[in-house]
Design a protein around this ligand. Structure first.
Ligand SMILES: NC(=O)c1ccc[n+]([C@@H]2O[C@H](COP(=O)([O-])OP(=O)(O)OC[C@H]3O[C@@H](n4cnc5c(N)ncnc54)[C@H](OP(=O)(O)O)[C@@H]3O)[C@@H](O)[C@H]2O)c1
Length: 323
């Protein structure tokens, strides 16, 4: 496996004082390292976590490393739209700006299940929860421009364990087809890529840049539904040899997408750490990288997904809100 891509040092030395960031799923894995680095660079960071106690414990870890870190923890359950709305209400009653929205939280290969609102778990948490969050924060992002939205997707939007990433709008929630955790994950991660692409188009000229990323194959809690923890620790040395990277390496693509100046030149683009793609020439990754999945370039599907998502999360018709 090729070496992971790393941010140029100047990106990680940028002074972020006065910049405000939200990182979803900041209590674990890539979200934690992303929040930690943004805080170390001086940003005011909201750790958006479904378990506030865990979020507070992780915030204390960051403070131990960076005593001046400006952090707050707020509860956010992306599997419950009322929680998304409460999170945004709370955030906007305390703050009037937002420069970086890192839509990082996610679940992978979960057993068949539903969110509080009846959505299939993976499309519900990975896409629809983040979709509503982003829509509700859009005015603030626009008013705070230059600002960015980073959707943490996956190379599995291309193929997840052999299943091609496809959006089945007529059966997004697996009501009329057999549930497969990898088909569902690939669908949700393709939705992240299309969401970023569509959002970038809508936000043209506003100073808000939206992109999606693949963070690499990273040692985190994400495999909890795929492999028991004991097996992960036994196989860890082999996994490293097979290309698994550490959380600090896994946060590099999110940080690059959030901070590197030239990202503004590629609105809607997909930034990839090393990965596994159907076209093996893409496995080295690229900032940005053209996805080998033809569905990731389907603008008509991106538009339909946007309209459908607005309806599902209870926002009024799409035409009332062109941007
Ligand atoms: N690790 C990889 O190899 C890899 C590869 C490609 C893409 N990614 C993407 O990277 C992102 C971060 O994952 P990770 O690898 O860092 O995994 P992780 O350690 O499992 O972290 C996932 C985070 O998402 C949160 N989350 C899950 N369901 C949520 C919900 N309903 N509401 C709010 N937060 C929720 C988790 O909170 P709890 O702790 O409460 O569960 C946790 O903080 C995901 O979007 C994943 O798809 C990871």
């Amino acid at each position: 496996m090729p070496n992971p891509l790393m941010c140029p040092p100047e990106v990680l030395k940028q002074n972020l004082h006065g910049r405000r960031a939200i990182v979803t799923g900041a209590n674990s894995g890539i979200g934690f390292t992303t929040a930690e680095q943004l805080a170390k660079q001086g940003a005011s960071v909201t750790l958006a976590c479904r378990n506030e106690a865990q979020g507070n414990a992780r915030a204390d870890e960051i403070r131990a490393e960076a005593p001046n870190a400006d952090l707050e923890v707020r509860k956010l359950d992306l599997g419950d739209l009322s929680s998304v709305r409460s999170f945004v209400d709370g955030y906007l009653s305390a703050h009037d700006s937002l420069h970086l929205l890192i839509n990082n939280a996610g679940v992978m290969n979960t057993p068949k299940g539903k969110t509080t609102d009846g959505f299939e778990t993976q499309i519900g948490v990975n896409h629809l929860g983040h979709f509503l969050l982003t829509e509700l924060l859009l005015d603030t992002l626009r008013n705070s421009a230059p600002s960015r939205v980073v959707m943490v997707s996956s190379c599995y939007h291309d193929k997840a364990m052999g299943r091609e990433g496809v959006i089945e709008l007529d059966d997004l929630h697996f009501e009329n087809r057999t549930y497969d955790g990898w088909v569902s994950y690939a669908q949700s991660k393709l939705a992240n890529v299309l969401h970023a692409k569509h959002l970038a188009k809508r936000l043209e000229g506003t100073g808000v840049t939206a992109v999606s990323v693949h963070p690499g194959w990273v040692r985190t809690e994400l495999m909890r539904h795929t492999m028991p923890a004991w097996m992960q620790s036994v196989t860890r040395p082999f996994m490293r040899m097979m290309g698994m990277i550490e959380p600090w390496e896994g946060t590099q693509t999110s940080l690059y997408a959030a901070l590197a100046p030239n990202v503004e030149d590629h609105p809607g683009a997909y930034y990839s750490q090393t990965g596994t793609y159907r076209d093996k020439s893409k496995n080295r990754g690229g900032w940005p990288l053209e996805s080998p999945n033809p569905h990731a370039h389907d603008d008509a599907m991106a538009q339909r997904l946007y309209e459908h998502s607005r309806q599902l999360v209870g926002l009024e018709s799409a035409s009332a809100h062109p941007a």
